[in-house]
Design a protein around this ligand. Structure first.
Ligand code: XMP
Length: 518
């Protein structure tokens, strides 16, 4: 498969470069900026046709600046340096980079000094997007300046027939003709075929699974979220469904009707071995009287692992492969050298699971989504027949309602929160708001406040509503409800759930708050 490798020097837009290239129909992968050139030739299943060097918050003058392997520039593979990438190319060739007195930031019209295929069909004077503190002051000998910025700074430099660097960022939407410039590199200079698609990915992933697994059983632990459901769909398509063991632990901390819906969606996908394990009593007993948030998480994580191992031993015959819904953004390349390509998994259960560690060690872990972004996983799910309801479902934390019941968890509080949350979500759906919000949920506070119904005063729970928009959960904005929507949601909840006396809306963004309350 043709691929473009993006070498990531820590720039904010490295992921975006990768995305844009995939949108052109070419597979791209992001590797640490310092990846040795020799490694690029041996990437399994990939023919590297081009290399992009990303931007960076570093300066080439920093003592610990990440440096691309000089052997890259000996390869016949076409290279495009962007911003810091360009500056590294200049400095490695003996040119000079200086700190700018003022940062060049924002739009800048480019003037061409000579022609270059990178700018084919891009008109002179187009508006590029700059964001840099350093710039090129002396170009190396024997290179050609192709374009300059409004301020007379070299904006594109050709180092050889196959190597070019640019000071601006074609990957950001503010850059005019940015996609055309990337396409000129990816297709025009690197010669990639633009036939990469999720259908092709699904076929290749299925083939890879069949070859790896053979006739062995495969176990997948289902969380009910999008990722594990899409992995189930791939496994059931790639293998004999009799080989595929799906296991779902109901901790009692799930949303209303969630366990039943998960079961139904997997049956629709053709699951044959589907175990829905009811461990509610065990989880609630373990959490009894515990009010420290970290302790709650720890108890849930540990019990999860104990329940899983016990149930697996009872249900799966002999040796087996473990499948996991790790996706591309979960995999953080730690950078530095070949020995440091360890995958670091963010999700809590995964990090601590000894089962995952053991299976990885034995080469019996399969992660068919590990090259996909979240929206690609969703699109793949649709292709594989996963229902739109599952695909569009908001994220839900592993420890479930336990981190949304502040303080000690009781069966009664679980019941109240589940009902309130279901009403909130139903109201969002009725009002056409659910799909406009990234994550919405209720939090039950460990407080009671006074209220009146008829002539009687009573103390009811305080319920907080949360609704945020985000792209990657690292930052989040408060969803700006219209006042009428909030009033209607509040009324629906307090009318239907007598134990809740008061509803408040959380108007904190992340940072400084987090999305969850515990
Ligand atoms: P925070 O609260 O850290 O949440 O802003 C960011 C996103 O992660 C989810 N979340 C979790 N997911 N296990 C998970 O699988 C957890 O322990 C956990 N804690 C938070 C949260 O719902 C939000 O989408």
């Amino acid at each position: 498969m043709d691929a473009i490798i993006v070498l990531d020097f820590g720039g904010q837009t490295a992921q975006l470069i990768g995305r844009r290239i995939r949108e052109l129909g070419v597979y791209s992968e992001i590797l640490p900026g310092t990846t040795p050139a020799a490694l690029l030739a041996g990437l399994p299943g990939l023919t590297v046709r081009g290399i992009v060097l990303s931007g960076s918050p570093a300066s080439v003058h920093d003592a610990d600046a990440p440096v691309p392997d000089p052997a890259l520039f000996e390869l016949p593979t076409p290279i495009l340096g962007i911003c810091y990438g360009l500056q590294q190319m200049v400095s490695q060739r003996g040119g000079e980079i200086a700190r700018s007195t003022s940062r060049e930031y924002g739009r800048s019209k480019l003037r061409y000094s000579s022609e270059h295929p990178l700018f084919a069909e891009v008109p002179e004077g187009f508006t590029s997007w700059m964001s840099h503190g350093d710039h090129v002051v002396a170009v190396p000998e024997g290179v050609r300046v192709v374009a300059e910025s409004e301020h007379g700074i070299p904006a594109a430099i050709e180092f050889s027939r196959t190597q070019i660097g640019i000071q601006f960022h074609p990957e950001v939407t503010h850059c005019e003709h940015g996609n055309r410039i990337l396409e000129n590199f990816v297709v025009g200079m690197a010669g990639c075929a633009t036939d990469w698609s999720l259908e092709e990915y699904a076929d290749e992933a299925a083939e890879e699974i069949r070859t790896t697994v053979g006739p062995s059983p495969v176990l997948l632990l289902i969380s009910g979220g999008v990722d594990s459901t899409v992995v189930a769909a791939i496994l059931l398509r790639a293998l004999d469904p009799a080989q595929v063991y799906l296991m779902y632990v109901n901790t009692g901390l799930m949303r209303k009707d969630e366990s039943e819906e998960v079961g139904a969606s997997l049956e629709r996908l053709g699951a044959r071995h589907l175990d829905l394990i009811d461990a509610e009593a065990e989880f609630l007993a373990a959490l009894d009287g515990v009010d420290d948030p970290e302790k709650k998480r720890e108890i849930i994580g540990d019990l999860f692992i104990r329940v899983q191992s016990r149930e697996i031993a009872e249900r799966i015959p002999g040796d087996y492969f473990l499948a996991q819904g790790t996706i591309y953004p979960d995999i953080i390349e730690s950078g530095g050298g070949v020995g440091k390509y360890a995958h670091v998994i963010k999700s809590h259960h995964n990090v601590r699971s000894p089962l995952v560690a053991a299976k990885r060690e034995q080469g019996k872990l399969i992660e068919p989504l590990s090259r996909l972004y979240k929206d690609e996983v969703r699109r793949l799910g649709i292709i594989l027949g996963v229902s739109r309801d599952v695909i569009a479902r908001h994220p839900f934390p592993g420890p479930g309602l336990a981190v949304r019941i502040l303080g000690a968890v009781t069966p009664e509080k679980c019941r109240i929160l589940r009902e309130a949350d279901a009403l909130y979500i139903a109201e969002l759906r009725d009002r056409g708001l659910y799909d406009r919000i990234w994550q919405a949920f209720c939090v039950l506070l460990p407080l009671r406040s006074v209220g009146v119904t008829g002539d009687t005063r009573h103390y009811g729970y305080v319920l907080a509503l949360r609704a945020v928009n985000s792209t990657d959960a690292m930052t989040a904005d408060v969803f700006p409800f219209a006042p009428d929507d909030l009033l209607a949601i509040s009324a629906r909840i307090t009318n239907r759930i007598p134990e809740i006396g008061r509803v408040v809306y959380d108007v904190s963004s992340k940072p400084p708050a987090t999305i969850e309350w515990e």
